[in-house]
Design a protein around this ligand. Structure first.
Ligand code: 5RP
Length: 228
């Protein structure tokens, strides 16, 4: 199976965990896209009564087009389960997210969820975080100053740009700075430092947050329990 087939596999496996009546956080990205497709199928075939809480405009649009009821995080009183992708997951179940520039909304939805599930192909499982550049969502005003400070700290920042040289904008119209770190020895320390910097709205380390990880392996999906 190639990477896309593994993403589809875990997307389809994840929707088996969704029960009638649930409010479900819907992540963002190519893996989640397969999951939302599979959820749409269940809604259509089984008349499943669920509410989806999307983490991006893209996911909201896809869910609506499939007949899934969509509400914003502020319109629901709880979220039973959030299913999202990830860019890297370490052996102790810490994660990097934000490759799709959606980590702010993803973190808001995840931290308001009873359970969090990540779905990934096996290439995302790593010994140590940091080969994938760590995304930061930053307010445009003063972002060059934030960038300069991060550069002085030796954190190798890079503004995320579109192919035609414009800043990539998040759904909140903020910029993204990626930190090219190579390895992250102490994720908690780094997360604490980054979130204290004025102008950084959210950073892409998702720590002590996930309950279940479904990994797409060549011999089938592997369901791992990170924390009860
Ligand atoms: C978006 C994310 C995605 O979950 C992450 O980038 C994984 O994406 P994909 O499933 O396309 O590999 O964090 O901000």
């Amino acid at each position: 199976m190639d990477q896309n087939e593994l993403k589809k596999l875990v997307g389809e496996e994840a929707v088996k965990f969704i029960e009638d009546g649930m409010t479900v956080g819907l992540g963002t990205g190519s893996t989640v896209k397969f999951m939302v497709d599979a959820l749409g199928e269940r809604v259509k075939k089984e008349g499943l009564n669920i509410v989806g809480v999307p983490t991006s405009d893209r996911t909201a649009e896809q869910a609506r087009s499939l007949g899934i009821t969509v509400k914003s995080v502020d319109e629901v009183d709880h979220i039973d389960l959030t299913i999202d992708g990830a860019d890297e997951i370490s052996t102790d179940f810490q994660g990097i997210k934000g490759g799709g520039a959606a980590h702010l909304f993803e973190k808001i939805v995840a931290t308001n969820s009873t359970k969090v599930m990540w779905i990934v192909d096996e290439s995302k499982m790593v010994d140590q975080l940091g080969a994938f550049p760590l995304p930061l969502e930053v307010i445009p005003y003063g972002s060059q100053q934030v960038f300069n400070k991060l550069e002085k700290e030796g954190l190798h920042p890079e503004f995320r740009m579109t192919e035609d040289g414009q800043h990539v904008l998040t759904d909140s119209k903020n910029y993204v700075i990626d930190l090219h770190l190579g390895e992250i020895k102490n994720p908690h320390e780094l997360a604490d430092y980054l979130i204290k910097q004025v102008g950084i709205v959210e950073q892409g380390l998702f720590l002590d947050m996930v309950n279940t990880v479904i990994v797409g392996r060549q011999n089938g999906p592997e369901v791992l329990t990170a924390r009860p």
